[in-house]
Design a protein around this ligand. Structure first.
Ligand SMILES: C[S@@+](CC[C@H](N)C(=O)[O-])C[C@H]1O[C@@H](n2cnc3c(N)ncnc32)[C@H](O)[C@@H]1O
Length: 217
């Protein structure tokens, strides 16, 4: 039987100021898979969420936006759900059992997670964060995840969108594209950063336009 970790883990990261996200998506972004392939949401759910459902376990979503994944999938399939975002608590999560943590700003020192986290989910968030923030986050995720826990994280993948492979330093340079903030990433970089944080890594959807990695200790 694995011991459960109870230390408090601080989320420390230096990303984009929260006002940018609050102003870009008032009320919170909800993934609609616009421009994606038919059935994309179902495919993501089948490969990246369903295998990890466990009504005895605690799930954390990083960058929950308007709350799509929590209200449709996480709340019904985990014992408890914690959500982190830089925006104020979205309407869809009010009155639910979710523990909502509004991150104070781009420097999030002081946000302590004291619960044992078994499953961490993040979709559509890390593609908006610079490489240095992602690396910080991955280190926090490693520390807050239970020894037998799993994190499933989506990363941007510019190579799968036809861009040439870039140097790692490019991942820290903000791109101004398609109305919001993007940072370069690809599967090689994402896997490298996850390995550096200590994780064993598996690509859950190698043919998908984004990279969705399964991280375990
Ligand atoms: C494109 S939205 C995705 C929302 C939701 N996950 C979905 O798929 O519908 C990205 C979200 O990440 C949040 N975000 C940005 N920086 C963040 C950070 N450093 N930590 C946590 N969330 C962050 C934004 O506020 C935004 O709600």
């Amino acid at each position: 039987m694995l011991e459960r970790v109870t230390e408090s883990v601080e989320i420390t990261m230096i990303g984009t100021a929260k006002s940018v996200f609050v102003d870009t998506w008032p009320g919170g972004y909800i993934e609609s898979f616009n421009g994606g392939k038919p059935g994309e949401e179902a495919l993501v759910v089948e490969h990246c969420l369903v295998p990890f459902y466990d009504k005895k376990k605690v799930a954390l979503e990083i960058g929950c936006g308007g709350g799509l994944w929590i209200t449709k999938y996480l709340l019904n399939n985990f014992a408890h759900v914690i959500a982190l975002d830089v925006i104020p608590k979205p309407a869809a999560l009010k009155g639910t059992s979710v523990t909502y943590i509004e991150l104070p700003d781009d420097s999030c020192n002081g946000v302590g997670i004291t619960e044992c986290i078994d499953f961490i989910w993040s979709f559509g968030c890390f593609c908006h964060l610079p490489g240095q923030t992602i690396r910080e986050y991955l280190r926090s995720i490693y520390r807050m995840l239970q020894p037998d826990g799993v994190a499933v994280i989506m990363f941007g993948n510019w190579m799968r969108k036809g861009h040439p492979q870039q140097d790692e330093s490019t991942a820290d340079i903000r791109e101004h594209g398609e109305g919001t903030i993007w940072f370069y990433c690809d599967a090689v970089l994402a896997e490298k950063w996850c390995h550096e944080a200590g994780f064993t890594v598996k690509d859950l959807m190698p043919d998908y336009i984004h990279t969705v990695l399964h991280l375990s200790k």
